[in-house]
Ligand binder design. Structure first.
Ligand SMILES: Cc1cc2nc3c(=O)[nH]c(=O)nc-3n(C[C@H](O)[C@H](O)[C@H](O)COP(=O)(O)OP(=O)(O)OC[C@H]3O[C@@H](n4cnc5c(N)ncnc54)[C@H](O)[C@@H]3O)c2cc1C
Length: 384
């Protein structure tokens, strides 16, 4: 066992930290307050090759590992969960759908554009009647004129209003077999019949674009079907395995930030004649936060190592997502408590982190769904 990052990863971590310090941190509060999509930061990330961190160079990526991608997510979310969400949707679930589900031509044509950062991606699965029960989608695809036509709508799609390439999951109507009929399609936002509907306002990650997507007789060429007919559900689940890992890394970054802010504040804030850091009640909170972060971080990097070794990560990444999002929420809660009234004021980032961490227990599968995934894997393991 080796618990040390490799020299290459230490160098990358420094590179990511510098990028975050110089490009994201000065903008993070403004992005939240103005609910501004971080276009300039994403452009800069693309120039640096970060928008395709884990993908092979032949597909426009940086040719790095999942471990490196987790390091990026951890550092980015330390400063801005909004930027972490934009990158997570682009790499973790949109680009990974094409990487795992696509054929060579699709990877050359679409993954290259995404991984190079020339185009932005989105992953469109959720619908008004299909959230946790994703197999219940009603968006229909039908064969027509040698290609497909898609009708329906998606809700709450991250990057939805700004993405150029969207992986859309639809039911290939003739089959009507629940998850058996779900098929993935690569859609360009310029396709006739595609439009962006309502754009949501939300509690946290306020700079990220969360949109409704509408498909009205949207024509999709035959060659844009991703994977096999009826194979969409497994493409989505494989992408989500990797998305959840990256998201867990982001949660570690957010938790670390909550702890750092809390230690700094507790050292400075004097009540009852001494810094509150000298009060055992505060020390215990900090100690709990630090211990949980340590455990969360180990889980993330063990799972990243498994991914880099080509091992199946379904159970592990669900555990990572479940645990790390809970840790992030607990750390944000305690950070507000340690800051007292100051933690409640919008002038300080603690309040932003409190709002931003909440969604991590909801998107890419709620905590309840992660427990179902873990339990299903446990059952499978015993059956073998
Ligand atoms: C900010 C944001 C961004 C998002 N981005 C995307 C995106 O890019 N692409 C995309 O496709 N989707 C996206 N989503 C959707 C997200 O994945 C769903 O919100 C999530 O999967 C939960 O679905 P739901 O909200 O419909 O909740 P529901 O499924 O209605 O669940 C409601 C509650 O019931 C619980 N529940 C449901 N079923 C069970 C069960 N069997 N057992 C126990 N408890 C259960 C849930 O855990 C939850 O607590 C986003 C959501 C948000 C909030």
């Amino acid at each position: 066992m080796d618990f040390k990052l490799s020299d290459d990863n230490i160098r990358l971590q420094k590179l990511f930290r510098d990028f975050v310090k110089n490009e994201i941190e000065p903008e993070a509060d403004r992005i939240d307050k103005e609910e501004a999509f971080p276009s300039a930061i994403i452009k800069k990330a693309a120039e640096l090759g970060f928008m395709g961190t884990p993908f092979p160079e032949k597909y426009g990526g940086a040719g790095l590992t999942e471990t490196a991608y987790c390091l990026l997510n951890e550092e980015v979310a330390y400063s801005s969960a909004t930027v972490g969400t934009v990158i997570g949707a682009h790499i973790g679930i949109a680009s990974n759908s094409i990487f795992f589900g696509g054929n060579e031509e699709q990877k050359i044509k679409y993954l290259t554009e995404l991984a190079s950062g020339r185009k932005l991606g989105a992953f469109a699965l959720t619908e008004p009647t299909a959230g946790s029960d994703a197999a219940g989608i009603r968006t229909k695809a039908a064969r027509r004129d040698g290609g497909f036509v898609i009708n329906g709508s998606k809700i709450w799609i991250t990057n939805g209003a700004v993405a150029d390439i969207i992986v859309v999951y639809a039911d290939l109507a003739k089959s009507d077999k629940g998850r058996g009929g779900i098929t993935a399609f690569i859609v360009e936002s310029s396709f006739p019949g595609f439009s962006v509907g309502s754009i949501e306002k939300h509690m946290g990650i306020r700079g990220s674009s969360t949109a409704e997507l509408v498909f009205e007789d949207m024509k999709v060429p035959e060659e844009n079907m991703l994977g096999v007919e009826g194979g969409g559900f497994s493409v989505a689940m494989k992408a989500l395995d990797y998305g959840r890992l990256g998201l867990g890394a982001g949660c570690v970054g957010m938790s670390r930030r909550c702890l750092d802010m809390s230690v700094d504040f507790a050292r400075e804030r004097v009540q009852f004649g001494k810094p509150i850091l000298r009060q055992q009640a505060i020390q215990f909170k900090l100690a709990e936060m630090a211990t949980q972060i340590e455990a969360a971080r180990l889980m993330v990097y063990q799972c990243a190592w498994m991914a880099d070794e080509g091992m199946k990560i379904t159970k592990q990444s669900a555990m990572v997502k479940l645990f790390c999002s809970q840790v992030a929420n607990r750390c944000a809660y305690e950070a507000v408590q340690i800051h007292g009234g100051m933690g409640y004021m919008t002038d300080f980032p603690v309040e932003r982190f409190y709002r931003d961490t909440r969604v991590t227990e909801i998107y890419e599968g709620t905590s309840e769904i992660q427990k179902m995934v873990i339990a299903m894997q446990l059952e499978r393991e015993r059956r073998r």
